[in-house]
Write a protein that binds this ligand. Structure first.
Ligand code: MLC
Ligand code: AMP
Length: 540
């Protein structure tokens, strides 16, 4: 039985998250039999949110209706940790995961953290070629995949030197579940320091090579604590969870904030606007990308009455049109709270909970986060002028996995991180993201780096060169388009281009539009003019 007692125990000096979450860190000590969490900063920060309410619901699977309590989810996490330790997973080892969204994926994340390992979630859309890259680069000790993909991915993992491959399906079945039956739960959370890694999330790179963003215990704990307080999440909250579990938004913002607040989740396995709208009657909050909101706005049933039980609608990961903010307010009476973040920084800004939410802006820096808008020489631009957005604070990642050069490119010696976003500050300190200096397409909240698409298309027989770019799309915000120059005599159509790269590229990265040109537009320096392509092919 879990017991909580107040003590005068003081925490290790210099533990930065103590400052971020003063209430829960002062004198609280959790004990469950021999298990101790307080040596493991992130597990501890997430665990203390449900002190005294262990039998409260944590997550309900919206397909089966099955509810899992806090006590159960942590017990499962302790079992996962037991399995991983028995497989030889040591502190700092990576546990890579490409599994369908399920309730069981949550204790897999928590158990990995509990045993001191590094959670490495991968987009379920990635092909075997992409997985090969991630496993070879990250060299995880364990890889968990969907049983249906085992035949294809088992050899990929073996080639990458992965010790053990386990499986987990959308209903929680697979060899991981079998191992859990036999497992001895971990008896003691594995000690970690605040700046030890808790997760690596891969994010696409401008060169076409994905980079693993290394996130520490303190990065994740401090950001979640800030957001919980800022957005006023409490044990009374019920969050509709319809985002994927392999990105910052659905994993760290949604799961960590809810755990820390002691609230509940309604877990949708995928986004279905009708099912999400049905949940408004039982829930208090929604976190989504702008596509969620535009699809919900298409439903005639979306109105004030339907939204009356909800207290908060949060959007991020991609820009929400001002028009969508106004339409949402007209239909529901709520202003969407837009925030801004990035895999490398977790969340950096947010519109206020109680103050003015300014449509079109991403709000103010979070407490403890420094933000500036600068010119190329790193000098702050005048108020209202456009410049590069830079961020510094406890939210900032520890660098790119085994890419010190890339880290040094983006991180200034004095700790400022260049986000690659272009923004402007207004006189109230609100940030507006006006564009990106990085060549990046954001489609439905997924990032696609054009270089990766171009490299594969350029390699096709019959292609001379190509340029990938984003075109506006009413549903996904942007979609991938590509301009292709064929080699003399080549006869390829759009389907042939798509088919030629389909084995190597997740389907969300495949070009929706393919245009054939005699030559790519270039400036006098020879640089391809993507703005010109965007203008030329912009939908009318
Ligand atoms: C799916 N498809 C996409 C796509 N999502 N294509 C382009 N862009 C996308 N985002 C493709 C599939 O490959 C498939 O192609 C077809 O669309 C239908 O797939 P689906 O799974 O049924 O799609 P759908 O459910 O409609 O998904 C759309 C979506 C989803 C918007 C609900 O993409 C989504 O959940 N996005 C959220 C991403 C997210 O969490 N981002 C946060 C990143 S963290 P085919 O060819 O097979 O038919 C971050 C930091 C921060 O950015 O600030 O938060
Ligand atoms: P990712 O690398 O997937 O974490 O994506 C991060 C990028 O998403 C940021 O650098 C921004 O370009 C973009 N982004 C996130 N939130 C917003 C927002 N509210 N408005 C505009 N762009 C956003």
């Amino acid at each position: 039985m879990l017991s909580v007692r107040d003590t005068d125990k003081t925490f290790a000096a210099g533990w930065p998250i103590a400052a971020a979450v003063p209430v829960i860190y002062h004198g609280k000590y959790i004990e469950k039999g021999p298990i101790m969490y307080d040596v493991n900063p992130l597990a501890y920060a997430l665990r203390v949110g449900s002190l005294g309410t262990e039998n409260a619901p944590f997550v309900t699977d919206r397909v089966t209706g099955m509810m899992t309590t806090y006590a159960q989810v942590w017990q499962q996490a302790e079992q996962v940790a037991g399995v991983l330790v028995s497989l030889g997973v040591a502190p700092g080892d990576r546990v890579a995961v490409q599994v369908p969204k399920s309730v069981a994926a949550i204790p897999l994340y928590l158990g990995t953290v509990l045993c001191g390992a590094v959670h490495l979630p991968l987009n379920t859309g990635y092909t075997a070629t992409e997985i090969d890259y991630f496993l070879t680069d990250a060299r995880p000790r364990v890889f968990v995949c969907c049983p249906a993909n085992l035949a294809a991915l088992g050899p990929v993992a073996a080639k990458a030197g992965v010790d053990t491959v386990l499986t987990l399906d959308a209903d929680g079945g697979g060899t991981l579940a079998d191992a859990l039956q036999q497992a001895t739960p971990i008896a003691q959370a594995v000690p970690r320091a605040a700046d030890d890694l808790a997760a690596i999330l891969y994010t696409s790179g401008t060169t076409g090579r994905s980079k693993g963003a290394m996130l520490t215990h303190d990065n994740l704990a401090s950001n979640a604590a800030s957001l919980r307080d800022l957005w006023r999440f409490t044990a009374d909250d019920v969050l509709i969870h319809a985002l994927p579990l392999f990105h910052t938004h659905g994993l760290f913002v949604a799961i960590n904030v809810t755990l820390m607040a002691g609230g509940a989740l309604l877990l949708h396995r995928a986004f279905d606007a009708g099912a999400v709208l049905d949940d408004f009657a039982h829930a208090t909050a929604l976190m989504g990308v702008p596509t969620f909101y535009t699809r919900l706005l298409d439903l005639p049933g979306l109105n004030r009455d339907a939204a009356r039980h909800m207290r908060l609608f949060i959007s991020g990961s991609a820009p929400m049109l001002t028009e969508t903010h106004h339409l949402w307010h007209d239909r529901t009476g709520h202003w969407v709270l837009e925030r801004y973040g990035m895999t490398e920084t977790s969340m950096s800004t947010s519109n206020p909970y109680a103050g003015l939410r300014k449509p079109g802006t991403v709000g103010l820096p979070l407490p403890g986060v420094d933000l500036r808008v600068v010119d190329d020489a790193a000098a702050p631009v005048p108020l209202g002028a456009v410049g590069g957005v830079e961020v510094r604070g406890p939210n900032l990642f520890a660098g790119y996995w085994q890419m010190p050069d890339k880290t040094a490119e983006d991180m200034r010696p004095d700790g400022w991180f260049k986000t690659g976003d272009l923004g402007q500050l207004d006189r109230d300190g609100y940030l507006t993201i006006v564009g990106r200096s990085k060549d990046l397409i954001i489609s439905g909240g997924y990032n696609i780096y054009p270089k990766e698409v171009e490299t594969l298309i350029d390699a096709l027989a019959g292609v001379a060169e190509s340029a990938a770019f984003g075109l506006p799309d009413p549903d996904l915000g942007e979609v991938v388009a590509v301009a292709v120059v064929l080699a003399p005599g080549a006869d390829l159509d759009a389907d042939a281009i798509r088919a030629g790269v389909a084995d190597d590229l997740a389907r969300f990265k495949l070009p929706r539009h393919v245009y054939f040109l005699p030559a790519l537009p270039r400036n006098t320096m020879g640089k391809v003019q993507k703005a010109q392509l965007r203008a030329q092919f912009a939908p009318s």
